[in-house]
Design a binder for this molecule. Structure first.
Ligand SMILES: CC(C)(COP(=O)(O)OP(=O)(O)OC[C@H]1O[C@@H](n2cnc3c(N)ncnc32)[C@H](O)[C@@H]1OP(=O)(O)O)[C@@H](O)C(=O)NCCC(=O)NCCS
Length: 153
């Protein structure tokens, strides 16, 4: 089987990353009229590559093509000295699902945390996302917390 490697995002990935990112956003209904504006895509890309911004990206690569991505953010916590890690996005190309890419990307975020002295990772998923939950239930604990989001005018 062709080898799949996990590595950090780099500047040459822009086009391939943007294609995967668009597919991930489409999964959440952000496509067509509701697609992310180019300004947001550009800003997020620049943040991902900026060492001074605590936003990071890892990708899965097979035969020089990206087939998966994860983005994660380090932020301070008031109940520990070290930062906490929020894994914001996880996506595997449809044609590459079920090969362990998602699990390996999560493990690689864990490695990035350990390298930084971070011992806490969390993420959200929709309760109806059974595919993702099957994976998450294997590698993490469901905390049963709900996410609330008020409308700010
Ligand atoms: C959730 C997601 C990232 C998982 O990625 P993945 O690379 O398929 O993950 P893995 O291969 O590590 O694990 C997937 C599980 O589904 C099983 N599976 C088998 N065939 C599959 C297929 N064709 N498609 C999806 N899952 C499959 C895998 O075997 C594995 O379970 P198992 O190891 O117990 O058998 C991917 O389905 C995805 O991108 N979904 C759309 C976006 C999304 O929901 N992201 C998460 C938001 S919180």
């Amino acid at each position: 089987m062709t080898e799949i490697s996990i590595r950090s995002l780099r500047s040459a990935d822009r086009e391939n990353w943007q294609d995967l990112w668009a597919q991930y956003n489409a999964f959440y209904g952000r496509e067509g009229d509701t697609a992310l504006p180019a300004e947001i895509v550009d800003t997020s890309w620049n943040r991902l590559l900026d060492d001074n911004v605590p936003v990071h990206g890892l990708v899965a690569e097979r035969e020089n093509t990206l087939i998966g991505l994860t983005h994660f953010v380090f932020h301070p916590s008031l109940i520990r000295i070290a930062d906490t890690c929020y894994m914001q996005d996880l996506f595997t190309l449809k044609a590459a699902r079920g090969l362990g890419v998602g699990q390996r990307l999560i493990a690689a975020v864990g490695d990035a945390c350990v390298a930084r002295g971070v011992q806490d990772i969390y993420w959200h998923t929709h309760s109806s996302n059974e595919t993702a939950r099957a994976l998450y239930d294997r590698v993490a604990q469901n905390t049963d917390f709900l996410v609330y989001r008020p409308q700010l005018d």
